[in-house]
Design a protein around this ligand. Structure first.
Ligand code: SF4
Ligand code: SF4
Length: 296
């Protein structure tokens, strides 16, 4: 069994408690307008080309088996339609201008990499987080990986958008210590506008995990003019739940513009950024209405 992974981030400190290694799985069922991991949306491998880094060395032209890379009159040209995403050019690029997002890996290949930092996990109260994209689109693989991590006594977290089947959740529940669960909007129409999908299944799955007594850390991206009117409604929704360990309000940023360009994807990032005061006000509303711990 293999999964498509687009990044493995070591020493992550924002993906659950302590020092963690985060594994990013490719493919996501949502299309959030503010997505800062556009390389995680598509399920298939993609070659990113950062033209500002290209030094025109021509190595990619030399190794590409499909002539997708060309240089004419000193200008580099990448024909995305001819690319097989084999990754050969990324290994030879002298400018670090090419990056392949989406590598197929087995559990046996991934596990030793994750065990390398076991001492750091133990000393910091950290562990391993599965993220994406939406990692539970590859739930069987996640379940097997999490099971083996638990056999080594490693703390496990699953970062999910919740737009997954109950069967997918059931596969990983026995091996997951905490779910990092995104809530983007309470109103269905707002959720559809922001992500392209209804939130009915997401809210059902949230209640399901809570009823099972699973630990859940809620994550709310705060994006002016998109979901900033949803905070009180989300607070009301969460106030009924019993197993929330923490709520995080994540202040929207738009640093991912170059990634959209490198993948030739339409940049949907909203331009309006929240002020510190706005985000803090949202946190205060959640604190007052839920009594849960609320943080950045
Ligand atoms: S990933 Fe492979 S097919 Fe695509 S441009 Fe690079 S060498 Fe050519
Ligand atoms: S190998 Fe990299 S730096 Fe060299 S021409 Fe190709 S993209 Fe540019």
């Amino acid at each position: 069994m293999k999964a498509r992974i687009f990044e493995i981030k070591r020493f992550a400190v924002h993906d659950g408690d302590g020092i963690r290694t985060t594994v990013f799985f490719k493919g996501c069922p949502l299309k959030c307008v503010w997505c800062h991991n556009p390389e995680g949306i598509g399920a298939h491998p993609q070659l990113a080309y950062y033209d500002n880094k290209c030094i025109g060395c021509g190595e990619c032209v030399r190794v590409c088996p499909t002539n997708a890379q060309n240089i004419a009159n000193g200008v580099h040209f990448f024909d995305r339609t001819g690319c097989l995403a084999c990754g050969k050019c990324t290994e030879s690029c002298l400018g670090d201008a090419l990056k392949l997002y989406g590598k197929e890996m087995t559990v046996a290949e991934l596990l030793p990499l994750l065990l390398e930092d076991q001492d750091f996990y133990e000393n910091s109260g950290g562990g391993v987080t599965l993220s994406g994209g939406e990692c539970l689109m590859q739930a069987d693989f996640c379940a097997e990986l999490l099971k083996q991590l638990k056999e080594y006594g490693i703390h496990t977290a699953v970062d999910t958008c919740g737009f997954v089947t109950k069967e997918a959740l059931d596969r990983v529940i026995p091996f997951t210590d905490i779910f990092l669960y995104d809530i983007k909007a309470r109103d269905e129409d707002v959720h559809i506008k922001c992500t392209g999908q209804s939130n009915k299944r997401i809210l059902e799955n949230l209640r399901y995990l809570d009823a099972l007594g699973k630990s859940i850390e809620i994550r709310i991206p705060y994006v002016p003019q998109w979901n900033d009117d949803q905070i009180e409604k989300i607070a009301h929704l969460l106030s009924d739940l019993k197993h929330i360990t923490k709520i995080r309000v994540l202040s929207y940023h738009n640093y991912a513009g170059s990634k959209y360009a490198s993948l030739d994807m339409e940049n949907t990032l909203p331009s309006l950024l929240p002020s510190d005061e706005e985000t803090e006000k949202a946190r205060q509303i959640l604190k007052d209405m839920t009594n849960f711990s609320v943080s950045t």
